[in-house]
Design a protein around this ligand. Structure first.
Ligand code: 6R9
Length: 649
């Protein structure tokens, strides 16, 4: 990948050094990198001291049966104890674990003592329903505290949870329940979305028609909608959990005891059940929340604006923050209800100091305009994070300027459901930030960019991202499919973990992510990444968001087709907007990158984590029937796009 056409991103030359004040008191310094480099296992042994073990581990990594890793294998622990009771024992019982804000404006601040008591009740309830260590429990809920309580109750009794995003369909829920052999489902009557209650329980009823393994359904009352309950199977949470004791004696499990399974879509075939285990995952998530965000648990108010149905919610709304005894904000609803400043209002209200969200959210806020955040006092913010997709340089600079007041470092964190924890990210007290670059592996993680033959590429070149050494929060296998695990991740480059992402090292050796490997296009023999063309489009003042796909083309092999959403203040863009944008890309990257076609749309199809589903856009670009839409947050957008295109062509 050395075409001149690929140089667009790398021409980005804005630099943001760490603020002096933050650097002076930073958790991570250059010495942290040196320690990790000098003694890999010693470094991870030291990180394990963040956790309270029943039996402290004497081993760190056991890689003798690669690619099946064991971390801290002879240690024992209880994840819920680490997230809850131990903080209460340490005098933090009255500290707030979560400030919860419901979409309709109802609020609740839950202390560590209260959360511990309610999790104990839920653990007792699950036990009464016959759930034992190792049994699987599905959680299909909106963003309310009981969802977190259910997760922790499962962890407390050693029952792996399977959280299914509440926006997924009954069909998606059923396939996950079946694949994982789930016995109990925890859900709600419904949730609030864009100002009105929307039902959830009917989707569970529909899914369960095909799921004979499920014995009981626990239903949290959130909206008080009329909800059909199946006699003998369905139980109300407030009755059944509410009557339980608030005391529960926990048991310590081996470090490698399964903690949860989370399904993520593969590029083809059925979703993959990513298995995470207990000890290494808690070490990895607590360490990275502390390191990447420079977390000061006593004073920071931390907000991961991500759904618990996404790994980001698991690692940085639940396990990392609770293991560190920090205070988080949890918000139920959408960012534009009741107004487009809701997030900024929440940051002002709770004095949020660290915000962690996805580039898609940032681009949406850019589209809505800076006048919304400008109405609120955001001076409490000191670190901003990004996750889920490459953050375009324009979005990075907007985020830093309008949200961070040009004070805050932006940490662009690259990781995956599979990695469980951050892998590549700037460290806010050390790294000079470059808009658009995820920069370097964090201390304790070893990554590389290699070519087709697995040879590391030189600085200035691109290839495939690999991880060279195991890490504590890594997936252990795919649920029930060791073979697919070994093949998917460990066979492409022997001895290294294949992430499936394209990446590039710039002339300083810093890493830029280029999108999934299957998102790299080949146009007349030139390799072009969707990310780079999207960033060029987003750098045009009229564009808020862009998605680029490669459509089969008789002459050029693949041709570039772009879908763009215009910024609010750009109106309909004017009659020449398409020509203007094509020329802009040509100027930014080179004529080879000029899209064959640009379509102006209102919405783009997104997954729960805000990733654009380019596969579906390719279907449209190539005039095909739409493929599987079960992992879309809103499946109606595809119809909208199709209608919009047929009426405008
Ligand atoms: C945490 C999460 C993983 C895929 C990953 C990559 C993309 C995530 C990114 C990023 C560029 C970043 N990705 N973070 N690409 N820069 N900072 O998103 O997990 O849903 O499993 O997705 O997301 O393509 O391979 P998951």
């Amino acid at each position: 990948m050395s075409d001149e056409a690929l140089s667009n991103l790398l021409r980005e030359d804005r630099r943001f050094p760490p603020p002096a004040e933050l650097a002076a008191h930073a958790n991570v310094t250059t010495a942290t990198y040196e320690q990790a480099d000098a003694d890999f296992e010693g470094f991870w042994a030291a990180q394990a001291e963040r956790i309270s073990w029943g039996k402290a581990p004497t081993q760190v990594l056991d890689w003798s049966n690669a690619p099946f890793a064991k971390w801290y294998a002879d240690g024992t622990l209880n994840a819920a104890y680490n997230c809850l009771d131990r903080h209460v024992e340490n005098g933090l019982g009255d500290k707030v674990a979560y400030h919860f804000e419901g979409e309709p404006g109802d609020t609740r601040s839950i202390t560590y003592a209260e959360l511990t008591a309610e999790v104990c009740q839920a653990a007792n309830a699950l036990t009464e329903l016959g759930v034992k260590a190792g049994d699987r429990v599905a959680i299909y809920m909106p963003m309310i505290p009981e969802a977190i309580m259910a997760m922790l109750a499962c962890a407390r009794i050693g029952a792996p949870h399977v959280v299914v995003f509440g926006g997924f369909s009954a069909e998606a829920l059923a396939t996950r329940i079946q694949d994982c052999g789930v016995e109990i489902v925890v859900t709600t009557d419904g949730g609030f979305r864009r100002g009105s209650p929307s039902p959830l329980k009917p989707a569970v009823d529909e899914a369960l028609l095909e799921c004979p393994t499920v014995r009981n359904v626990l239903v949290v009352q959130r909206t008080k909608q009329d909800t059909p309950m199946t006699e003998g199977r369905d139980l109300w949470w407030h009755e059944f959990v509410g009557k339980q004791s608030t005391q529960h004696a926990y048991e310590n499990f081996p470090a490698e005891h399964p903690l949860y399974v989370m399904y993520t879509s593969g590029s083809t075939g059925k979703p993959k059940g990513i298995l995470h285990t207990t000890g290494g995952y808690l070490v990895g998530t607590s360490y990275t929340q502390w390191a990447t965000f420079d977390l000061k648990p006593d004073t920071d108010i931390f907000w991961t604006a991500a759904d618990i149905g996404w790994v980001t919610g698991h690692s940085y709304l639940v396990y990392g923050p609770l293991a560190n005894g920090s205070t988080s904000l949890m918000y139920e609803g959408t960012p534009d209800t009741p107004h487009r400043g809701r997030w900024w209002e929440l940051i002002e209200k709770y004095k949020v100091s660290i915000l962690y969200c996805a580039p898609t959210a940032i681009r949406t806020f850019m589209k809505w305009g800076a006048e919304h955040p400008e109405k609120f006092d955001l001076s409490s913010l000191r670190v901003l994070g990004s996750v889920g997709e490459p953050i375009n340089p324009e979005a990075y600079v907007w985020y830093r300027h309008f949200i961070g007041g040009d004070r805050t470092p932006v940490v662009d964190t690259w990781w995956q459901t599979e990695t469980g924890m951050h892998m590549i990210s700037p460290m806010p007290g050390v790294t000079e930030g470059k808009p658009g670059a995820a920069m370097r592996a964090i201390p304790g993680v070893v990554v590389d960019v290699v070519n087709d033959e697995g040879v590391p590429v030189a600085d200035g070149e691109g290839g495939y991202l690999v991880v060279r050494k195991p890490w504590p929060a890594m997936l252990r296998t795919l649920w029930g499919d060791d073979k697919r695990y070994a093949e998917t991740y460990w066979s492409r480059f022997p001895g290294a973990y294949f992430a499936g992402d394209g990446a590039k090292k710039d002339s300083d050796g810093d890493i830029w992510l280029l999108g999934r490997v299957d998102d790299v296009m080949n146009v007349s023999g030139h390799r072009l990444s969707t990310t780079e063309i999207e960033s060029a489009l987003v750098s045009h003042p009229k564009v808020a968001e862009a998605a680029v796909v490669g459509a089969t083309d008789e002459t050029t092999g693949q041709a570039i087709v772009a879908f763009v959403i215009l910024r609010g203040d750009a109106g309909d863009g004017g009659p020449d907007v398409v020509t203007e944008l094509r020329n802009h890309v040509s100027k930014e990257i080179g004529p080879i990158a000029k899209p064959r076609q640009i379509m102006v749309v209102e919405e783009l199809p997104k997954t729960r984590s805000g990733k654009i589903m380019r596969r579906l856009l390719r279907d449209i670009a190539e005039n095909r029937e739409l493929g599987d839409v079960t992992t879309l947050t809103d499946s109606s957008v595809m119809h909208l796009i199709k209608e919009n295109l047929s009426s405008s062509s």
